[in-house]
Design a protein around this ligand. Structure first.
Ligand code: 5GP
Length: 181
């Protein structure tokens, strides 16, 4: 079954725009983390497409790892504030951690991930995020690398889901409200 043609009410970012932005951000990361014991951590599942675009342009020595951080339950479009971290069984102590995220909204997920990595003895913990809903922030936290600032609308595609669907749309778009249950 194909997705409905009107699943998005607006396309915010094309594949090409995102790819170019990932190239730009990767250049900065290459400069900033020269000679650092860098571990780049992709947060599943939303960041996978952005992570792949970034990694193709990162040329410095680094490790890659994957964690799962979930704060939404089922088909809701707002965060629960309680973040569950899983799959984080890798070396953190003495490493510079760079988290790759799809979107920062209230900031609670990033805040809790940062606390977690600090408690595990990382040297530093920063974030590179594709989308930033700055006006929604509930904790004073800022990603070091931001792709695009966007308005407070629920977006899907390029890894981002609604109730586990639409991650494979090749662009970021605003979900048509008629499909929100
Ligand atoms: P925060 O903890 O910053 O409020 O939320 C971060 C997480 O909320 C993201 O990793 C993402 O899973 C989810 N999220 C926030 N806004 C959106 C949105 O517009 N669309 C989708 N699909 N997920 C969102």
């Amino acid at each position: 079954m194909n997705y409905p043609e009107d699943i998005v009410s607006e396309i915010l970012l094309s594949e090409e725009e995102i790819r170019k932005k990932a190239e730009e951000l990767a250049l900065k990361i290459n400069e900033d983390y020269q000679n650092a014991p860098l571990t780049i951590v992709c947060t599943l599942k939303g960041a996978i497409f952005f992570f792949a675009d970034l990694m193709k342009n990162i040329h410095i020595d680094c490790r890659i790892e994957f964690i799962k951080a979930s704060s939404y339950i089922g088909n809701t479009t707002s965060t629960t504030g309680n973040v569950t971290i899983s799959n984080s069984n890798f070396e953190i102590r003495g490493r510079d951690i760079l988290l790759i995220e799809d979107i920062i909204d209230t900031g609670l997920t990033y805040y809790q991930l940062k606390q977690y990595f600090k408690a595990q003895g990382c040297l530093s913990c920063e974030m590179c995020v594709l989308l930033d809903k700055k006006e929604r922030r509930e904790v004073p936290i800022q990603a070091k690398y931001v792709g695009f600032e966007i308005e407070n609308k629920f977006v899907i595609g390029y890894g981002l889901d609604y109730n586990e669907a639409y991650r494979n749309l090749p662009y970021v778009g605003v979900i048509n409200p008629k499909y929100i249950k």
